[in-house]
Design a protein. Sequence first.
Length: 203
Amino acid sequence: MVDQHEQQLLQHATGLGVSDASLIDSVHIQVEDDLAKICKDPGCPGYGQGANCPPHVMSPEAFRQLLHNFPRALVFKFDVPTEVLLGDGRFEVSRIVHETAANLERQALACGYAAAHGLAAGSCKRIFCAGETNCRVLAEDGDCRHPDAARPSISGLGVNFFELSRTVGWPIHKITRESDPAEVPMGLMAGIVLLGLAAPGTP
């Protein structure tokens, strides 16, 4: 059952333009070590570049432990044409996903949750700081240039979003460079906001 605070969050998410949003029990968030390892091998171009991606973000095991402090989660998605996901336009969509996760995180805190943490698709370094030589947090031990928007990578934490999408009831297809937009015209990019009653450590 969705309570008053969760209903407010769902309404806020709709107002932000998401294609869909749902509240789930966090036990349905499946975290797998092997998925996080893919960031290194065969490798993501964002690997090692930002504080919110492996190997600098928390490990899947640590994330599994953190989830115990967050009984519920808001998951949201943006439906995106496959041709956009296969081009540079995916970075703009990913930026929107990060900003939406951060916005919903702040809204959750305003709704009375003691803790809320947003997670999003994609490397924050490639999205927000592509023109910078280094991530300031890593290179200078300094402050993030975009603390109000950049959030930890879902895949970098090992979240199996394919399984999560099936749990929520969202059709999802694996899109690769070989995908034919005529056969799979739409894909999605998504985010998660963990909802807690206490304030544990952050991802």
